[in-house]
Design a binder for this molecule. Structure first.
Ligand code: MG
Length: 389
């Protein structure tokens, strides 16, 4: 297979300022930056981005300083996706912006938190973290004089909304259309999506070893790990355990990224797409891994599910987290005046226009915005009599 050689200029199917569908609130062009650089910069300056520092990826923030948090995860996703975007002559700043924003709507305590909040919101429209990420950038950030939210480009918002139920898609207008028509997002979004999986599958191996949930003998059941581990051991027989593991993971990521670029490049050549709209209309995603690599990657993912995400120590943490969020939700929903004034006022206004569903959404917004440690603190303040309020 011919190697991909990055060449100057963007590919015809890349997103660009010239083919962007623009922003919801029209703005003058940025000076000395592209539209997508401006998107990325707005995301980095947002409150929601800074909160990711103290939000769980898998391990709760207080369990140790070296574990991934949502912010380091997002940066690792961006690093992988940018390499791929540049090699394929796609829009790098847009790719980066989507990656940095993709988890902005995540609740505290990772997926356990999202599931708990979704359960609490069942009668009031549910809670989806992807949709919440969009809500953060469209509504909840309060930074600009002329509009609510960050007023990002269509292409960036399209990338942030990775999944969406049909029911919600119908309420999202232009942005929801692709879920109804079963179309694809642009390539930058597709790349961010796959880079997310590559990043977490690999960093969760690293974090799982650090937390002593995984050992090397078990990991060697996974083909992708075993192959790289064997290669490193053969080449460096004296290498210390720590360096051996890191070198193995590094090689797994590289293997996946190289495959990702080659397989996507081959797909693009075969599909003959000539514009971003042809990418969107193509019947399937064009950003892919080769079939053998996809299978091995899936094997790694399954292994992690069994050995890390379902490990009793992780499950104990997630059950605790679920209870914390459920109790916070119940207490605030029953009596919104227990929330800080600004959130109480939001809840009362929302209740005026959307009845109980409005009140529930305002409570969910408050809880989803919390960091792990803030949620724990709020829980103590509400439920422990000796705690300061
Ligand atoms: Mg992610």
């Amino acid at each position: 297979m011919n190697d991909v050689i990055p060449s100057p200029g963007l590919a015809p199917y890349a997103a660009g300022d010239d083919n962007s569908r623009g922003r919801r609130h029209p703005e003058p062009k940025p000076e000395l930056r592209s539209e997508f650089q401006r998107d990325r910069d707005r995301i980095i300056h947002s409150n929601a981005f800074r909160r990711l520092v103290y939000k769980t990826q898998v391990f709760v923030n207080h369990e140790g300083d070296l574990y991934r948090t949502r912010v380091t995860h997002s940066i690792e996703v961006a690093q992988i996706a940018r390499s791929v975007a540049v090699a394929l002559r796609l829009n790098e700043p847009l790719t980066e912006a989507i990656c940095l924003a993709h988890d902005l709507g995540h609740t505290p305590f990772g997926h356990a938190g999202q599931d708990a909040l979704n359960e609490c919101m069942r009668e009031y429209g549910g809670f989806e973290h992807n949709l919440q990420s969009l809500r953060v950038v469209d509504e909840l950030e309060e930074r600009y004089a002329e509009f609510r939210g960050l007023n990002l480009t269509f292409e960036c918002r399209e990338g942030i909304l990775k999944h969406c139920s049909l029911k919600n898609a119908r309420q999202l207008g232009e942005l929801g259309e692709r879920f109804i028509k079963r179309q694809q997002p642009g390539l930058e979004a597709q790349i961010a999506n796959l880079a997310d999986e590559i990043a977490y599958n690999n960093h969760d191996v690293d974090d799982g070893i650090r937390a002593q949930l995984l050992d090397i003998t078990a990991l060697r059941e996974v083909r992708m790990f075993r192959r790289q581990h064997d290669a490193v051991r053969a080449r460096y027989p004296e290498l210390s355990e720590r360096r051996l593991v890191h070198e193995t993971i590094r090689r797994m990521i590289n293997h996946l990224v190289v495959d990702f670029i080659r397989a996507t490049s081959a797909q693009l050549a075969q599909a003959q797409v000539r514009s971003i709209d042809e990418v969107r209309a193509y019947p399937q995603a064009l950003a892919v891994l080769s079939e053998p690599c996809r299978e091995e990657h899936l094997e790694l993912k399954e292994f992690l599910r069994e050995h890390v995400y379902r490990h009793y120590k992780v499950l104990r943490m997630t059950s605790k987290a679920r209870r914390v969020l459920q109790q916070l939700f119940e207490a605030f929903f029953r009596d919104v005046s227990l929330m800080p004034t600004e959130h109480r006022d939001h809840a009362l206004q929302a209740e005026d226009t959307h009845a109980a569903a409005g009140r529930a959404r305002a409570v969910a917004d408050y809880i989803a915005g919390m960091t792990d440690r803030y949620a724990i603190l709020e829980h103590q303040r509400l439920f422990e009599p000796a705690e300061r309020t």
